[in-house]
Design a protein around this ligand. Structure first.
Ligand code: NAD
Length: 368
């Protein structure tokens, strides 16, 4: 069986090499012609390969895997219409994003000399990432408010377990007005009962407390940047942003006003990538009933020794450890230098480069 693997997915090609005829490719050079020429049946990509009719029509591909959590680059309707099996790596970088949020909270709170036990965090969206942020916030001693109506409905219908006992569920307006820290972890949606496009607009952002911390790591478009900029002229709110409305064309004013601004890298940890590879291997096995070689990946994953959760009792120590390993303040420094780039094209290229050449960064917290 011929398997095409993006060369940047760590350890995937090696792990599959004994069970199939593996050909690696660079995303930049992948074309429909190449796919037809190789007669491949399996295709493993990352977010920089657009998988749609233009790429796959007429091919023999019957399985597509993306080692990423986002699926914006995949035409799911097309894959469905052709009966092509699809798998993503959703949740594999949840811990990476949760660490980013914990770092942002500690950076803000320690600078202000705040007592974490007196603060409330409001979490909008309590899925893979939101619930991990919840777990870590609880360990830090924060009080938790959560808003997630689709999940609440599932819980009420007995389709999901109840919220943890340390969570208080409330409506969005109440969450925004009662929280010292607000963070959102929703997908970007424009349909359904609870669309999230611009859900954090002027009416909602107006409710955020003076001196609060606002963290945005979900998707550009969930927050109205124009409205957020307006709010920042009216009250003191500390802002941390990783995702932007028109990436890679980002708003320099907003980049400048944020305490921490990063180029959509909150999920870019090494361990997150390894979990993405693991998900690809498990899905391949499930689909083919052929067991790939897990040992290479397992060996690499065993190097990850997370800190004991007692570290949450020493916020300053935890802050320093995260600062050292994730280097998010350095990322912010580099992104902020973007605003001195005079033309828009230069800014966009720089944003893309920061992401493309992102260095290896390790997680330190135990997501289990
Ligand atoms: P998930 O699907 O596990 O959780 C999303 C949660 O949001 C669900 O519980 C859902 O019920 C809830 N939700 C949906 N609509 C809502 C609404 N209107 N109001 C409140 N809650 C709502 O997703 P996840 O894996 O936790 O990811 C969350 C977001 O983080 C996604 O947008 C994803 O693209 C983004 N993300 C960003 C990065 C990054 O690098 N910055 C990395 C990974 C994921």
């Amino acid at each position: 069986m011929r398997i095409l693997v993006d060369e940047q997915i760590p350890f995937l090609a090696d792990s599959l090499s004994k069970v199939g005829d593996v050909v690696t490719f660079s995303a930049r050079n992948l074309s429909k012609e190449f796919i037809l020429e190789t007669n491949c049946k399996f295709l493993f990509v990352r977010s920089n390969t657009k998988v749609d009719k233009d790429l796959l029509d007429g091919s023999e591909v019957l399985f597509v895997g993306t080692a990423t959590s986002g699926v914006d680059h995949i035409d799911l309707d097309y894959l469905n219409s052709k009966g092509i099996y699809f798998v993503d790596a959703k949740g594999s970088n949840a811990n990476s994003v949760a660490e980013y949020v914990v770092f942002s909270i500690l950076h803000w709170a320690l600078e202000k000399g705040s007592n974490l036990c007196e603060l409330t965090i409001g979490i909008i969206g309590f899925g893979n990432i939101g619930s991990l942020v919840g777990k870590y916030s609880h360990l830090l001693g924060l009080k938790l408010l959560v808003y997630d109506p689709p999940l609440l409905e599932k819980i009420e219908f007995g389709k999901e377990n109840n919220f943890p006992e340390y969570v208080t569920y409330c409506e969005l307006k109440e969450l925004l007005s009662k929280s010292n820290i607000v963070t959102n972890h929703v997908p970007l949606t424009s349909t359904g009962n609870y669309p999230t496009v611009k859900m954090l607009n002027k009416n909602m952002l107006d409710l955020i407390q003076e001196d609060a911390l606002f963290i945005h790591t979900s998707r550009g478009g969930v927050v109205s940047e124009t409205d957020l900029l307006q709010i920042l002229t009216e009250k003191r709110v500390s802002v941390v942003i990783d995702v932007w409305e028109n990436e890679p064309q980002i708003n320099s004013n907003l980049v400048d006003l944020c305490d921490i601004s990063t180029p959509h890298i909150a999920g870019y940890s090494y361990e997150g990538k390894l979990r993405g590879t693991l998900k690809m291997l498990q899905s391949f096995e499930k689909f083919t009933n052929v067991t790939p070689n897990y040992s290479i990946l397992e060996k690499e994953m065993q190097r990850y020794v997370p800190l004991d959760k007692r570290v949450f009792k020493s916020p300053k120590l935890l802050y320093n450890k995260l600062k050292e390993t994730r280097k998010l303040l350095e990322d912010s420094f580099f992104l902020k230098s973007i605003i001195y780039n005079t033309d828009e094209e230069g800014k966009a290229n720089y944003f893309d480069k920061l992401r493309k050449f992102y260095p290896k960064r390790h997680e330190i917290l135990d997501c289990l």
